[in-house]
Write a protein that binds this ligand. Structure first.
Ligand SMILES: Cc1ncc(COP(=O)(O)O)c(C=O)c1O
Ligand SMILES: N[C@@H](CCCC[NH3+])C(=O)O
Length: 415
């Protein structure tokens, strides 16, 4: 079931009329559905019910405190990639012992903080990081729980910027040298080797690359067992895609079923790190048409959201569905490029969309819950949009709109 539906000719988010919402909070604004977040999280939980498992939601996809809080209340774990994300999870009520820490560039400060609060595991991405962790844990008189993030050299068949499991990518430790690195790790006194991790990319729409990667990981785990090393968990990463246009990505259930063929009756705890599949289709970006501009070559609908609010179309050429909040019949449909006010030709949110529009109309850009607000910026000195959480009939501002004053808060002139 979809939580963004038309009723009496108007688009609703759960039970909230989006026209009412826009009147209350202005545009552009992000709108999230709490029920959808919960439903998507439960889909993973159900799919994994035959395994000891931990869902570590990938915070980078949407790190709003209220989003994290909704998931923390369900008992979720979290996958973080920075000290800032660690702080967010803690403030949102997440439990430290359900946090895994990924990323190729963990700093000394970030590692110290994560050790202090007692996170579940560091997903280590290089030998240099392993040595740094051992040193810091030693200085702190503790042991760092680690798994190696292995790069299995599998093509995820996704956009090259979000493919992470190929040898030429910066992520993980080459699977061919992983046995030696594990052997090395076991000799380091301040590390506790607890698992193995892998993440091959984002927005995967087929199961085959996940299955290939897991087969390689299981083969490696078997090899490690033969050397006497027994792990406690296998972290299979995130990356499950969502439907933006015509894609038909597997549901969490089909995805885990496919992986179960490889896992069979594996005794390991399974960790998953989904981001987009939980939040992507639980959010929209609501925007207003400011001007219509017809030129000899194109029709433009200039809206009040821009690439600084939602960069995916400009950055990856990503396609996201754009729906009129109140479809009209009093205008003819025309093909429009939906563009923002930013001074870049790349500032578009959609191209060649057939819509019947008038100035002042509201548009909903779908699938904007993941990698939307988190990738926004103040480019062109545009204050960031607010984030609103809808829960049944209720709507709550979970991040207020930035003001121009906010833009100056950290700066200083010379006089
Ligand atoms: C280590 C790691 N885990 C999890 C994710 C979440 O990915 P997705 O949002 O595609 O599920 C990412 C991003 O691709 C990642 O780099
Ligand atoms: N930002 C990317 C996904 C990045 C995944 C990060 N590991 C997107 O919008 O598709």
């Amino acid at each position: 079931m979809d939580f963004f539906n038309y009723s009496n000719g108007t688009l609703y988010a759960e039970e909230v009329n989006l026209i009412t919402l826009a009147q209350a909070y202005g545009t552009p604004c992000y709108v999230y559905s709490r029920a959808t977040l919960e439903r998507h999280w439960h889909a993973f939980d159900q799919a994994l019910k035959n395994h000891r498992h931990l869902i570590c939601y990938a915070v980078k996809a949407n790190s709003n405190l209220a989003v994290l809080n909704v998931l923390a209340r369900l008992g979720s774990g979290f996958d973080i990639v920075s000290g800032g994300e660690l702080e967010r999870v803690l403030r949102a009520g997440g439990q430290p012992n359900k946090i895994v820490f990924s990323g190729v560039g963990k700093t000394v400060t970030e590692i110290r903080h994560a050790l202090e609060v007692g996170i579940r595991c560091f997903n280590v991405e290089s030998v240099a990081e392993l040595l740094r962790l051992n040193q810091i844990a030693g200085e702190m008189g503790t042991k760092a729980p680690i798994s190696l993030r292995v790069n299995p050299d599998v093509d995820a068949n996704t956009h090259p910027y979000i493919s992470t499991g190929l040898k030429q990518n910066k992520f993980g430790i080459d699977i061919d040298i992983a046995p030696e690195v594990y052997a090395h790790a076991t000799t380091l006194p301040h590390l506790q080797v607890t698992g193995i991790a892998c993440h091959i990319g984002s927005q995967l729409t087929e199961v085959t690359p996940f299955v290939d990667a897991l087969q390689r990981i299981i083969a490696l785990v078997t090899k490690l067992n033969e050397t006497g090393l027994w792990l406690q968990h296998i972290d299979i990463g995130g990356g499950l895609g969502i439907r933006y246009q015509q894609e038909t990505p597997p549901e969490p259930k089909e995805y885990i079923q496919a992986l179960n063929q490889v896992l069979s009756d594996s005794p390991y705890e399974i960790i998953v790190e989904p981001g987009r599949a939980i939040v992507g289709n639980a959010g929209i970006l609501l925007t207003k048409v400011e001007y219509l501009k017809n030129t000899a070559a194109k029709n433009f609908a200039i809206v009040d959201a821009a690439m600084n609010d939602l960069v995916r179309p400009a950055l990856y050429g990503a396609w996201q569905k754009i729906l009129p909040v109140q479809p009209r019949t009093d205008q003819v449909e025309q093909v429009y490029d939906i563009v923002g006010p930013v001074c870049e030709t790349g500032d578009f949110l959609g191209k060649d969309r057939l819509l019947a529009l008038q100035e002042g109309d509201l548009l909903a850009i779908r699938s904007a819950g993941a990698y939307g607000f988190v990738m926004s910026s103040n480019y062109n000195s545009r204050p960031r949009a607010p984030e609103i959480m809808v829960d049944g009939k209720q709507m709550k501002v979970v991040r207020r709109r930035e003001t121009v004053e906010d833009l100056f808060a950290l700066e200083q002139t010379l006089i």
